[in-house]
Design a protein around this ligand. Structure first.
Ligand code: FRU
Length: 326
């Protein structure tokens, strides 16, 4: 029997353990299940630039047909991603970027716009007067840099809004919680906080509660992920005032990869849409995401059944072949 040539797609993820990135991976795998001829190679750098650089060198030497990468921090990851690109291996950059812009396609929401929307939202919620602090992600991640540019740009239009303090939460709930507690003196003088993701927003919320402040501080996050202990739940329970939706784009990454590999037209910039989720629309969002999750579970079940049928069919074929030959 002639075997179909296999396409190999490699994915270098900056960190794989959080819910947002697990959702991204699930989306990729679901889309990949429509392409049984694709072999998927996955590496998780666990938040480390050095580790991701090593893994990308390893992936490059395996010469896959295409590499998808979400670079932990832009500057340190740029040389290796550029090398891969210059080697002629198609590169899709997703969520975070390198600093050179050498890629075949980018998939992700516009982080500048997300920061801008957060700024406008908070200014309005404060009645255009007050102080705001920031809990940022890793300072070298393009998502931090762009969210911050957008956020500061938006606030420039409001003379009554001042920035108070800035804490590097490294994208992590525990770091945000610890540093928020350490800098409570400054933080407690803010009227609102922009946390660059919902998890850090939740960590900050826990630190604020522990400090038992007299006045409420509004917290806005980013991601608006469905599921337990994620953004949609935080907004619906009023732990967060709002969250800027940040789609993971797993499905779009695989679709773009397949378009590139099969010579179909594709876009270089694939900008995923975003919106503000707050008390006015969070229930609707929850309803819709619950429905999508249950439909996806149905698709997974159908695919499982289909795979079983295929197995039975190929067993029967084998038996038939044996019978015919003998
Ligand atoms: C997940 C995450 C998200 C955030 C994104 C930024 O690892 O921290 O919460 O929106 O990365 O790149």
């Amino acid at each position: 029997v002639e075997k179909k040539p296999t396409i190999r797609i490699a994915f270098s993820q900056c960190v794989g353990s959080d819910a947002w990135r697990q959702t991204m991976l699930e989306e990729m795998r679901r889309e990949l299940s429509f392409h049984p001829d694709v072999e998927f190679i996955y590496r998780d750098a666990d938040n480390s630039n050095e580790r991701q650089i090593e893994q990308l060198h390893e992936l490059r030497s395996m010469r896959p047909d295409l590499i998808i990468v979400s670079p932990n921090e832009a500057e340190p990851l740029t040389p290796v991603v550029d090398q891969i690109f210059q080697h002629g291996i198609p590169v899709i950059v997703t969520d975070r970027k390198t600093s050179s812009g050498l890629y075949h396609a980018y998939v992700g929401a516009d982080n500048y716009e997300i920061g801008y929307m957060a700024g406008q939202y908070l200014a309005r919620r404060l009645g255009y007067v007050g102080t705001i602090s920031e809990i940022t992600g890793l300072p070298g991640s393009s998502a931090t840099i762009e969210r911050q540019r957008g956020f500061h740009e938006a606030l420039k239009s409001y003379a009554g809004i001042r920035l108070k303090t800035q804490i590097n939460g490294q994208w992590l709930i525990d770091v945000a919680k610890r540093r928020a507690a350490q800098q409570m003196a400054d933080l407690s003088q803010s009227d609102a906080i922009f946390a660059y993701n919902d998890q850090m927003g939740f960590g900050t919320y826990q630190a604020l509660r522990k400090a038992a402040l007299k006045h409420p501080i509004k917290i806005v996050g980013v991601d608006a992920l469905p599921g337990d202990n994620n953004g949609l739940q935080f907004v619906s329970e009023k732990v967060l005032d709002a969250s800027m939706l940040y789609p993971t784009g797993g499905k779009e990454c695989i679709q773009t990869a397949m378009a590139i590999l099969t010579g179909q037209p594709y876009q270089r910039e694939n900008t995923l849409s975003t919106l503000v989720v707050d008390s006015s629309n969070v229930q609707l969002m929850k309803l819709q995401t619950d429905k999508i999750i249950s439909q996806q579970a149905d698709i997974d079940k159908q695919q499982g059944l289909f795979a079983e049928q295929q197995q039975i069919f190929s067993n029967q074929q084998r038996v038939l072949n044996i019978l015919v030959v003998s």
